[in-house]
Ligand binder design. Structure first.
Ligand SMILES: Nc1ncnc2c1ncn2[C@@H]1O[C@H](COP(=O)(O)OP(=O)(O)OP(=O)(O)O)[C@@H](O)[C@H]1O
Ligand SMILES: O=C(CO)[C@@H](O)[C@H](O)[C@H](O)[C@H](O)CO
Length: 490
């Protein structure tokens, strides 16, 4: 049998959903070609289901995420989808949604294309959720894991719901990340499967033994039946239970990856590469030598964490919570100010409190202004979400002089601040000590922002090569493609 070579990759990000159709190309230097790709904004933010979650809550409507996914699939060339033999999925890590087994979705096959729609599902409580205060986290049992537990991690969210909304939890009997949910729905899985990459991102998971901390969790009354079964990342989760767009029923679907690992996989070609991804958040990752094992107890103050990669290897990662989302917050603030001041400009597509504003126009004007403003003394520490190792250190602006207040100055200072904040977490010189020779970058917040690119070039003591904006989707496809090719060879 021919190895499946046309593979669909999907990345369910915080801001956008991306899809890419990738084919094996032995003649190409990279070994593959991207036949087609598509990105759609999810615009999924919603008010929290529980009022007790407070203003720090961050939830997304799963219907809107799946709608963006459907729009992506509909926009891809249907004749290429017909050739898809395998589907790899990745997405925003740490977050959690709940559903009722057997009722998580409904398939409609009568319309233009067969699709599934979410049914008995909760909102997705995302990795940006801030409902678990430092005090609440300190009250939780100590995990038996090298990774600490932070707000926005699936298990912390379950603990919070157990305390504040126990009735809500009783309405559901399955849980997963958004990408685990999509895999479970595509295959009609009775119980969701989760890779160690995503399990580690929920907390209370031991990567060495590949098991959840069941005893510790049970002793605290945690509903352990909500924890998914563990399986190798990109191993076969199942086969599509229905035709999906033009993708045939019975197509192989891989166990979902974390978006961090998928982005890294798409562009780390050598062990001496480090990967810088700037999308909604930022990650700077370098691979640890095989055999490396992180210390078995978490260090809550450490800005660098070790995330499981493939084949029991680890990535050393500075995962900053403050990346493109900081620029997005600034854009929302400007738009809100324009609405408050009733400035009748930029009337086009998006509604904001009655005023229609095209956000992409705001992005392009502020980026152009900062391209012209090549330097600034204005200093912005952009940590509006805090950091996992410093949750209470919020953003600040210093060295404000009356000559440095233009849009160009502020945008340049914001972009510089994002890069400097990352540098404070993992000094770039450290990469050299780890043997890194080159930095490859990914993420659309970077690929679409010339000023951010300039600041990256300025700060890194390396050549930085810039990638495309659908990297995690390409990575999700590639892992599966290469796994299938290797299985064919062996
Ligand atoms: N028109 C634009 N021009 C430049 N940058 C933009 C524009 N629109 C959004 N952005 C930036 O892109 C970021 C989102 O990037 P991206 O679409 O890669 O996110 P994502 O893949 O959903 O994120 P993640 O993978 O972290 O979940 C926004 O936070 C914002 O900073
Ligand atoms: O940015 C994300 C989602 O859009 C996250 O999944 C990050 O990848 C994650 O927070 C981080 O990289 C690891 O903690």
């Amino acid at each position: 049998m021919a190895a499946p070579s046309v593979t669909l990759g999907i990345d369910l990000g915080t801001t956008s959903v991306k899809a890419a159709v990738v084919e094996d190309a032995p003649g190409d230097p990279s070994g593959f070609v991207v036949l087609a790709s598509c990105v759609r904004a999810a615009r999924a933010e919603v008010a929290a289901q529980s009022a007790a979650a407070g203003p720090q809550a961050q939830e997304q409507d799963v219907n809107r995420i799946i709608q963006a996914l459907n729009e992506c699939l509909a926009a891809l060339p249907q004749q290429q989808l017909r050739k898809v033999c395998a589907i790899g999925v990745s997405g925003q890590m740490h977050g959690i949604l709940f559903w009722k087994t057997g009722q998580g979705c409904e398939w409609t096959e009568g319309g233009a294309a067969p699709v599934f729609k979410p049914r008995a599902v909760s909102h997705l409580v995302t990795w940006q959720d801030g409902r678990c205060s430092s005090g609440f986290l300190a009250s939780l049992p100590q995990p038996e894991s090298h990774l600490n537990v932070a707000t926005g991690f699936g298990c912390a969210t379950i603990f919070w719901l157990l305390k504040n909304s126990p009735e809500f939890l009783k309405s559901y009997d399955a849980a997963g990340t958004i990408h685990d949910y999509v895999v479970a729905m595509l295959c009609g899985l009775p119980r969701p499967l989760m890779s160690d990459q995503n399990a580690a991102s929920w907390g209370y998971f031991n990567t060495r033994s590949q098991t959840w901390n069941l005893e510790i969790l049970r002793a605290s009354g945690f509903p352990t039946h909500l924890l998914p079964d563990i399986a190798e990342p990109a191993s076969e989760a199942g086969r599509t239970s229905h035709a999906w767009f033009e993708i045939p029923k019975g197509t192989q679907v891989g166990v979902a990856l974390g978006d961090l690992q998928a982005s890294v996989y798409s562009c780390m070609t050598k062990r001496t590469d480090a990967v810088l991804n700037i999308s909604t958040s930022v990650q700077l990752a370098a691979s640890m030598p095989s055999g490396f094992q992180p210390a078995q107890t978490p260090d809550p103050a450490a800005p660098v964490a070790y995330f499981p990669y493939f084949d029991r290897t680890y990535l050393a990662v500075a995962a900053s919570l403050n990346g493109g989302n900081v620029l997005a917050t600034f854009v929302h603030m400007l738009v809100q100010w324009m609405a408050d001041l009733e400035v009748p400009i930029l009337r086009k597509k998006e509604y904001f409190e009655g005023l229609e504003v095209e956000e992409s126009t705001v992005y392009s004007r502020m980026i152009q202004a900062a391209v012209r403003q090549r330097d600034t003394c204005l200093t912005i520490t952009p940590t509006v979400l805090g950091e996992r190792h410093l949750p209470d250190q919020l953003a600040s602006v210093t060295r404000i002089s009356s000559s440095d207040l233009s849009l160009g100055h502020v945008t340049r200072a914001l972009c510089r601040g994002i890069v400097q904040n990352l540098h404070s977490m993992l000094p770039f010189q450290q990469l050299k000590e780890w043997g890194v020779e080159r930095v490859v970058s990914s993420g659309s917040a970077l690929s679409r922002n010339e000023v951010l690119k300039q600041e990256v070039q300025r700060a890194f003591p390396f050549l930085v090569s810039f990638g495309q904006d659908v990297d995690a989707a390409v990575g999700a496809a590639l892992v599966l493609l290469q796994r299938n090719l290797n299985q064919k060879k062996s």
